[in-house]
Design a protein around this ligand. Structure first.
Ligand SMILES: Cc1ncc(COP(=O)(O)O)c(C=O)c1O
Length: 435
């Protein structure tokens, strides 16, 4: 493995708030022992709830209630970035209903909760029962007595809020100060209660947790500490495996797969990374992308004490609202510590530049947080990235490699907001950036 900078040098580098590429010294290239059980259970739950989702959201009827996104070829982007091998885009920015990577995990957790309440109340007799009963009057009356709480920088709130309200839960979303106004308004339009906090994400989670747990009928979806979210997110790996097979893409030691995922508290990218390592073992290499001012998962994976970005002298302030998290999920960091290849950090200006580049080359519209993966493949060819390629024996395999940029949100962005993003992106495209 590549020698890692000692922790104090790393802290010093991080505190400058400049983009950097960190290779994880705890990464274990050998395939991890298979732990597919929980992911398969989540996939089965989403499958048995699919008819229910198609009933609740007519938009899902053509996909029989499955929440999934396409895997796209992006030849014009690949050419613009001068990349070898095959470049693909996992288009979670286009996930139906919730419009972000937080959809699979969020829907999975709320469906888990609804299922267990309905089983306990005798509305469902077993998991083989007719799940359309969960959209019926008895289930709605039951769920209306229960509070569903969550804290969010925006997109998890959209996911939980929409499914919670559709099932009839008393749904309350605690939004951190970074959350965008249009996301709050969209939730209010669905009848969700939105509580605005002037604080950052971690403080909003603490307030939301306390508020929800004070209610005896309350259930808090805890993004800092939730196996139900995590394994729901991980289902993406099974779906991607099928999509790659359908596209005729081989993944093995000679045909490596590199994946670049924007990261906030760590749940969604952590679940995906965990799932991908179960499915593809040592043939897949996962990199997370975090804002230069908010690399909380880098800090949390590197140091089991889970320091915050404030401890590292950073501000947590970023225009990437979905990634504006000061403290990583310890639960997630523990699970991915030996699975994650590395983390690179990005400037806000580069997010706008890359958002613009994706529109310009492929006519794909995303939100700023979702652009963090785009520069991953190019960063892997430079400096510390190329050290990784050398250390893993990947240099000679780049032509037969597949690289996947995970675009994680954007479908629901109002047109006027998106136009502003593009204007900023056009300006950033003419700036000289270090990343
Ligand atoms: C667009 C987008 N990308 C990535 C993420 C990162 O997910 P996580 O916070 O689970 O790390 C988020 C989180 O809200 C998001 O909204």
């Amino acid at each position: 493995m590549v020698p890692a900078p000692d922790p104090s040098t790393l802290r010093q580098q991080l505190s400058l708030g400049q983009p950097l590429f960190w290779l994880n010294p705890a990464y274990e290239p050998a395939a991890p022992p298979a732990e597919l059980h929980d992911i398969l259970a989540a996939e089965s739950r989403l499958q048995r709830c699919a008819p229910l989702l198609a009933r609740l959201f007519p938009e899902l009827a053509t996909d029989q209630g499955l929440i999934e996104s396409p895997l796209l070829a992006v030849p014009a982007l690949q050419q613009a970035l001068s990349l070898p091998g095959t470049l693909l885009l996992k288009a979670d920015h286009d996930l139906p209903i919730a419009g972000s990577v937080k959809a699979r995990g969020g829907f999975h957790e709320v469906l888990c909760h609804a299922e267990s309440l309905a089983l306990a109340a005798g509305i469902l007799h077993s998991i083989d029962d007719d799940y359309l009963k969960l959209a019926g009057p008895d289930a709605r009356a039951l769920f209306a007595q229960h509070l569903l709480g969550v804290a969010s920088t925006g997109n998890l709130g959209l996911s939980i809020g929409v499914i919670g309200a559709a099932l009839g839960f008393d749904t309350c979303v605690h939004m951190s100060s970074d959350a965008k106004e249009w996301k709050k308004q969209r939730l209010r339009n669905f009848g969700v209660r939105v509580i605005e906090h002037a604080s950052d994400y971690s403080a909003a989670v603490a307030a939301g947790r306390a508020d929800t747990e004070a209610n005896p009928m309350g259930y808090f979806v805890d993004d800092e500490n939730s196996p139900r979210l995590f394994y729901g997110y991980a289902v993406a790996a099974l779906r991607l495996q099928t999509q790659l097979q359908q596209a005729g893409v081989t993944v093995d030691a000679d045909h490596p797969l590199m994946v670049y995922i924007p990261c906030g508290v760590g749940g969604a990218p952590g679940g995906i990374c965990f799932g991908l390592k179960q499915v593809f073992g040592s043939a897949v290499h996962c990199f997370f992308a975090e804002p230069a001012q908010a690399p909380c998962v880098l800090l949390g994976v590197q140091d089991p004490g889970i320091p915050s970005v404030y401890d590292a002298g950073l501000t947590c302030s970023t225009e990437a609202d979905g990634l504006a998290v000061g403290l990583a999920s310890e639960w997630v960091c523990t699970r991915i510590r030996s699975l994650l290849s590395g983390v690179y950090t990005v400037s806000d200006a580069s997010l706008y530049r890359d958002l613009y580049r994706l529109q310009d080359t492929e006519q794909v519209a995303i939100e700023p947080s979702a652009a963090a993966g785009i520069q991953g493949p190019a960063r892997l060819l430079q400096r510390e990235g190329s050290d990784y390629l050398r250390a893993q024996g990947l240099e000679s395999r780049l032509e037969q490699a597949t690289q996947i940029i995970w675009t994680t949100g954007g479908r629901l962005v109002p047109h006027e907001e998106y136009k502003k993003f593009l204007e900023k992106g056009k300006i950033a495209s003419n700036e000289t950036l270090t990343d």
